[in-house]
Every structure is written in structure tokens, then in C-alpha cells.
Design a binder for this molecule. Structure first.
Ligand SMILES: *Cc1c(COP(=O)(O)O)cnc(C)c1O
Length: 430
């Protein structure tokens, strides 16, 4: 399969070029020239398959041209080696728990898959690849852990000072080695802008080989479609299913939309957002107006200009096409807290603030269509946001095993301004 840019459909790229370069140089995003489709017999068979078997079947058409099938099989086994339970929270609402990986957020999946692809390609290149990534919280730690100690790879993470949780900061700054953490005096959009500027800097790109690990990298977001197939294969009923995705940069939602395009039967998607509701407003008005991001308790979704929008727009050329597939609701921090509390009191289930936004969107939709079944993506373990969650539920959350060894390690980071020149000199030096 070949890939094209959202800005130019006539130039074709291989998956290897798309993964290594991260972004095409026309400021668009890579997308498959054609999305594969799976006959219903294949999708029906997923019921008896493991996560990693489903991953291999789903991902083969996207990657087979440049990655041999046994290598791809190994990458799938390695990436999808933790469980993704589908847990009932009410009679018709299920939580797809994507947080059982090493850094306790769904981003582990895309980050691990991408890291293994890049490391496979880097073996044949004699130049170090520098992976740059802007994070609003969870990407940084997932990428740091996914790439830690991989040969020929240097990782540079930018995160906004004072806007991520202590645990998130610890997870990405405690590794050292081939991982450099930069604490930016600015917000997430500033971090993202620095990354984009580096990609468009032809002088820099002549000197070093850079790639991106943000969800703009095609090898991060495509593997995220795997768990949509898995979730549906686990559901006991055949009723039409609505899936609610707590969204920030919209990589997760885009992956779900791709899964549906290949033939997976999903009724509707809910794009659930916090007060950063640029997408919700876009669906409502048809006008897209990026804004400055605002701080919320679901901080990984504090995005004012979602980077995957171009991919969504390439799937749905008109706003009315998009409205048929996706409904969007936005929620305040107060509503999010109230929901964490109400769900805990009713069922004992502990939501994290992002999952709570997803739950709220789903509930709002299902309340108007009561016979349906819904799944929301629970994108992070509540312990990652314990400062918010514990006071709300009035209880401490048990520390999962993955975290224990990190707690005593020292943090290492460098403070930088949001000026590009400063970032560039660090990139050239590391
Ligand atoms: C990144 C993140 C999101 C948002 O995902 P996108 O793919 O950027 O929309 C939601 N929840 C958590 C916990 C995250 O880390």
C-alpha cells in the first residue's frame, strides 16, 4: 500500500518513508492512498482471536510492503502484550481499559508499535534517528518508555511547564539514557509548534535525521484501530454500538473512523471533549477556528488545534458527511468531577478524568437512544491523575505494579523558552 499527503494526493510515499520522515514536507499529514477493507467473515473470526492475532490481521495491509510478515508478527506480539479488558460499568455501558501498559495510558500502544518499526528501519540506516515529540502529558512517557535503550535512536520530549501531573513528569524524566526531556515555558500548543517548525526547517533536516512520535506519525495512530476490532469482538450483544472517544489531538478517534471504514460495524462515534471544544464547535457551526488551549483536569485533551483534523477531513470531505458519523459533546471540569464521584458511588468503578469525559459523552448520547450499547475508551489509569481523583472519591487509589520502580528515581530535564532557536540548538547538540 502507498501513502499520500492530505495536502497533495498525487505524490506517493512508501510506509517506510512515511514512518521515518513523520510528516510530509508540504505541511500535510500522511494517509493511506486507499483504506483496506475486510470482509465480514474475517471480522467475525476475531471473536476467537487474541489481541495480537487481530493486530496482525488488521495491520498487515498497511505495513506489508516494507516489513516482512514475521517481523510484523513479532512487532504485534511485542506491542500488544498486555490486556485490554472490556469492563461493564452499567447494563449498557462498557469501559475499554486501554491503560494496562507500562505507562498506564493508551499511548503505550502506538508508541511501542512505532518504536519497534523505527528501530527495525534504523538498523539499515547508519545515521542516528532523532525522534521529537511534543506532549500534553501521556505521550511523553509512553514514547520515552517505548524507545528507551533502542539502538540508533535519540528521543527529545517537549512538555509544558506546570501543566502536567507530577507522576506524568516523573515517568518521562526519570529514564535518562537516550531520552532528553525539555520543560518548555509555554503551553502544549507551543510545544507542538516547536516540533512542527523543526520539521519545516530544511537547514535542520539537512544536518540531522528527525522524525516525529506524535500521533501525527502514521505508525502511531494506525495500530490504535486494533482495539476497536477487539472491543467489538468481546461485546456479548449484537446491538448497534456507539463508541465514545475522549479526544484531544484526535488520533484515537481517527483510528476508530479508519476501523469503521474497513468494515467494522460501529453505529456512531462520540467525540467527547473537555472545555477545549474547538472540534465540538466545528461540528456545530461548520467553521473551524483553532484557539489557544485552556487548562483542564483532563489535561491530555487540552488541545486548541487538533493535529489529526486534516486526516478526519480527508475521510469526510463535507461537514455533513462528518456529522453523519461523529457527534461531539463538551464537558466542564465540574461535570467531570461529578461523574467520577457518581460512577464511583454507584458502581465502585474509578474513572480517570479523561475516561470520565468519554463516559459523559456516551451517557448523554445513550440517554436519548436507550436500547443501545456503548463503549467508552478509558484512556488512562486513574492513578495518573490521583491529585484530582482521590479527593473526589474520598479514597486512595492502589499503586499499580508498573509504577513502583519509578518512584525513587531522579528526574532530569532542561528548561527552555518557547523560542525555536533555543530548541534547535539543543536538537543539533544531542
Ligand atoms: C492523549 C490522550 C487523550 C487524547 O487522545 P487523542 O488521540 O490525542 O485525541 C485522551 N486521554 C488520555 C489519557 C491521553 O493521554
Amino acid at each position: 500500500m502507498n501513502y499520500i499527503s492530505t495536502k497533495n494526493k498525487s505524490t506517493q510515499y512508501s510506509i517506510k518513508d512515511a514512518i521515518i520522515s513523520g510528516l510530509p514536507n508540504d505541511n500535510g499529514l500522511y494517509i493511506p492512498a486507499k483504506i483496506p477493507s475486510f470482509p465480514s467473515e474475517i471480522i467475525d473470526q476475531f471473536k476467537g482471536n487474541s489481541l495480537s492475532e487481530i493486530a496482525y490481521t488488521v495491520l498487515l495491509p498497511y505495513f506489508s510492503e516494507e516489513i516482512e510478515s514475521d517481523v510484523l508478527k513479532g512487532i504485534c506480539d511485542d506491542t500488544f502484550n498486555f490486556e485490554i479488558p472490556l469492563t461493564p460499568v452499567t447494563e449498557n455501558i462498557y469501559s475499554l481499559e486501554l491503560y494496562h501498559g507500562p505507562t498506564l495510558a493508551f499511548k503505550d500502544i502506538g508508541a511501542r508499535f512505532l518504536a519497534r518499526c523505527l528501530s527495525y528501519f534504523a538498523k539499515n540506516e547508519n545515521k542516528k534517528v532523532k525522534v521529537i515529540v511534543a506532549t500534553s502529558g501521556d505521550t511523553g512517557s509512553a514514547v520515552a518508555h517505548g524507545f528507551y535503550n533502542l539502538e540508533n535512536i535519540e528521543v527529545v520530549i517537549l512538555y509544558p511547564k506546570g501543566r502536567i501531573s507530577d507522576l506524568q513528569e516523573k515517568q518521562m524524566t526519570c529514564l535518562g539514557g537516550n531520552i532528553t526531556a525539555l520543560r518548555v515555558d509555554g503551553n502544549f500548543d507551543d510545544c507542538q509548534r516547536l516540533v512542527k517548525t523543526a520539521f519545516l526547517d530544511t537547514d535542520l533536516r539537512k544536518k540531522i535525521k528527525v522524525t516525529s512520535a506524535n500521533s501525527i506519525n502514521i505508525a502511531r495512530f494506525i495500530p490504535q484501530s486494533v482495539y476497536y476490532y477487539y472491543a467489538l469482538s468481546q461485546l456479548p450483544s449484537k446491538l448497534p454500538v456507539t463508541i465514545s472517544v475522549p479526544s484531544g489531538n484526535f488520533g484515537n478517534l481517527t483510528a476508530g473512523l479508519y476501523a469503521k471504514q474497513t468494515g467494522l460495524s460501529i453505529d456512531k462515534f462520540i467525540a467527547s471533549t473537555n472545555i477545549n471544544k474547538v472540534f465540538t464547535d466545528y461540528l456545530e457551526t461548520g467553521e473551524y477556528t483553532p484557539v489557544k488551549s485552556k487548562k483542564s483536569i483532563s489535561n491530555a485533551m487540552d488541545v486548541g488545534d487538533p493535529s489529526n483534523l486534516a486526516r478526519i477531513q480527508s475521510l469526510f470531505p463535507t461537514i455533513d458527511d462528518l456529522r453523519k458519523e461523529v457527534i461531539s459533546y463538551s464537558f466542564t471540569d465540574e461535570e467531570t468531577r461529578d461523574t467520577i464521584k457518581a460512577v464511583f458511588n454507584k458502581s465502585g468503578y474509578i474513572l480517570d478524568p479523561h475516561g470520565a469525559v468519554g463516559y459523559l459523552g456516551l451517557k448523554k448520547h445513550l440517554d436519548s437512544t436507550p436500547t443501545r450499547v456503548g463503549v467508552f475508551l478509558e484512556t488512562a489509569h486513574p492513578i495518573k491523575f490521583r491529585e484530582t481523583v482521590e479527593p473526589v472519591i474520598g479514597k486512595t487509589i492502589d499503586i499499580p505494579n508498573q509504577l513502583i520502580p519509578l518512584l525513587d528515581r531522579k528526574s532530569h530535564y532542561t528548561d527552555i523558552s518557547s523560542e525555536y532557536t533555543e530548541f534547535k540548538s539543543i536538537l543539533l547538540g544531542c
